[in-house]
Design a protein around this ligand. Sequence first.
Ligand SMILES: C[S@@+](CC[C@H](N)C(=O)[O-])C[C@H]1O[C@@H](n2cnc3c(N)ncnc32)[C@H](O)[C@@H]1O
Length: 470
Amino acid sequence: MNLPESFTSYTKALIGDGLFGKLLHGLTDEEPPASIRINGMKHHIHDEDTSRQAIPWCEYGMYLDKRPAFTFDPLFHAGHYYVQEASSMFLHHILKSYISSPVIMLDMCAAPGGKSTTAMGALPEGSTLIANEPVRQRSQILAENIQKWGNPGTIVTNNYPKDFAKSGMVFDVILCDVPCSGEGMFRKDEDAVREWSTQNVENCRNLQREIVAQAWKCLSEGGLLVYSTCTFNAKENEENVKWISEELGAEILPVAIEEQWGITGSLLKGFQKPVYRFLPGVTKGEGLFMAALRKNGQKETATSIGKKKNKKEKKERNNGIKSAQLATSWLTAPDNFNIAQSGNTLTAIPKPMAGIYATASEKLKVIHAGVTLGTIKGKDIIPAQGLALSTEFNTAAFPSVELSYSDALRYLRKEALSLPEDTPQGFVVMTYHGTPLGFSKNIGNRANNLYPQEWKIKSARIPDNDVSPL
Ligand SMILES: C[S@@+](CC[C@H](N)C(=O)[O-])C[C@H]1O[C@@H](n2cnc3c(N)ncnc32)[C@H](O)[C@@H]1O
């Protein structure tokens, strides 16, 4: 790896020769450790499994001995786990340290969804998360990953931070996992090395401050801001945290850590505040920086938004009422939801998030919310992929067909499958190891594969054996 000279000289001066030697070894001689994070709402972790190499700062995280081709694991597509490098899971530890009752959280820079799904595993039940991504194409990937995860308490938006600042919405917790110069990605992504420059570090720093300044306007008094980058330099890290503290008045919060985790503290001279840096070669994970900050002031929660009623929401609910009666039987606890109709699409919105959903629909570009139930087509409602993957899905509402490993991959490649002869006509859930993958429509002589075109596996290869790490 050819590290840029100005990166090397700056970083050496910042972290010292000893740490730099370890970092260099980590970047050039060590394989990036493979790790996944289990979806606790879909998959049970067996405590007695002593072979599991736990990630100490996240109860759902585990290191793997090798990196399987996750694409060929149907359970990966069904949202049983997320492939995430270990350092990023530190967000779980921060949220667990400071959040103990339901909150409304905003993930401002959320695609592809690693930290949003981490947050969902850490926040108390009854919380709502808005996962936002301003880049349109990336917001679609985010919506896909959020739906695979299957937690109904999520809204996905496609907006810029200034849109949130204008919306008047407030949040108890905001994560700014800001775009950065990506030094922490050097060993995984050669483009990160090629694209690095001191000018880009400066540009990133300015953009990061802009994002945080807008986010700050949406943070409730007493609210928690988590600032995060995947880069090493102090300009985008300590200097920004110092700026947030001095210019915006944030309190920098300590998080309990253990020495053997190998997390490095502040490297900026004269700034001895609690911040957390993960260096390859020192920590078992990729490069990352995180800090927890509090907006000082009288504690008030954003949950009051959830109590606001909105005319638009009521109208949508009334329009959808007939089809809604049918679609609610598709949920395990329909009484916990309101049904919203937008165009021909029916969506189930958890009652505690009704108010925030209404406000978000009015002020922001919402591209996914709650559980997408289906699309009305004539007398039919075509069940949605999001329903099949939701943790709220009542699987008993449809007949199901259990697929073999190779058929499951064929289904995920959107190939037509022939179903057993005794399969009833109509919509059928395709399962693998009892887990829903999606729907087909059995029309007698054949079955239409309803797996979303944009989600399908593109590779034609089918491994002989199941590659699942679970
Ligand atoms: C570090 S990545 C986020 C990774 C994500 N949090 C995860 O864990 O999967 C930063 C994201 O910020 C988005 N972004 C770019 N410009 C932005 C802006 N002006 N405001 C907010 N986000 C922006 C990028 O498109 C990118 O998806």
